[in-house]
Design a protein around this ligand. Structure first.
Ligand SMILES: C[S@@+](CC[C@H](N)C(=O)[O-])C[C@H]1O[C@@H](n2cnc3c(N)ncnc32)[C@H](O)[C@@H]1O
Length: 201
């Protein structure tokens, strides 16, 4: 390759990197600008996503729902593990996050839904869900909406289904106990801030 072509190739790579960086910084800006609905200052770390998904066996799951898709960090973990024949519905109230996730996940079996999580039943066409994976900021959500999300999620799950939640406060356990018979808990320091994973059934 001549010097000119090398320079052009390098500048192409550089532009791609700038684009990636801008994409990530735009996502963070969206996160910070809407703290009352996003409830977080960073997205979930890969270690936290792995911890959350270690409580699942997505192979064989037919219908999976994610609540609060955000930057798609958990979505990516789910997509990497789910069967090609299964379907993933991702609820997210931010239009910008939805537009970004639609580009990240163009596959036909991933549906990005720009609606609030309590409306889950409107999109299921009577089907039951195997796993609901949530990173919703429950500490910031009004009580009546919290209760609607959790009771509608419980109804949506099949009998052996699980609702799995990432959260930063141990006290939220009481909220999940109101809606689910069993709630177990694990913890990871490998996230900023350190986080709990609540597994509800
Ligand atoms: C803490 S962020 C998590 C983002 C990403 N999944 C992660 O783990 O880093 C919570 C996300 O939930 C979304 N959200 C908040 N309330 C919601 C609701 N009622 N329905 C759907 N999404 C909601 C926010 O816009 C935000 O993107």
């Amino acid at each position: 390759m001549g010097e000119d072509s090398k320079d052009r190739a390098k500048s192409g790579i550089f532009k791609e990197r700038i684009k990636d960086y801008m994409g990530k910084s735009d996502l963070l800006l969206e996160l910070y600008s809407n703290l009352s609905t996003t409830g977080a200052v960073t997205f979930s770390s890969k270690a936290l996503v792995n911890k959350m998904l270690s409580h699942t066996n997505l192979q064989g799951a037919k219908l999976i729902v994610e609540l609060g898709g955000g930057d798609g960090s958990i979505t990516q973990g789910i997509v990497d593990r789910m069967d090609p024949g299964s379907e993933l519905l991702v609820f997210e109230i931010s239009k910008s996050f939805c537009e970004s996730m639609e580009k990240m996940f163009p596959q036909q079996n991933v549906r990005i839904i720009n609606d609030s999580a309590e409306n889950i039943a409107d999109y299921l066409e009577g089907r039951k869900v195997d796993y609901i994976l949530s990173s919703l900021p429950f500490s910031f959500i009004p009580p009546e909406v919290k209760d609607a999300i959790l009771s509608n999620s419980k109804i949506a799950l099949n009998q052996s289904g699980y609702f799995i939640q990432i959260c930063y406060s141990y006290l939220l356990k009481n909220l999940f106990k109101k809606h689910f018979d069993k709630v177990s808990l694990s913890f990871t320091l490998k996230n900023l801030p350190p986080a709990f994973v609540m597994v509800c059934s």
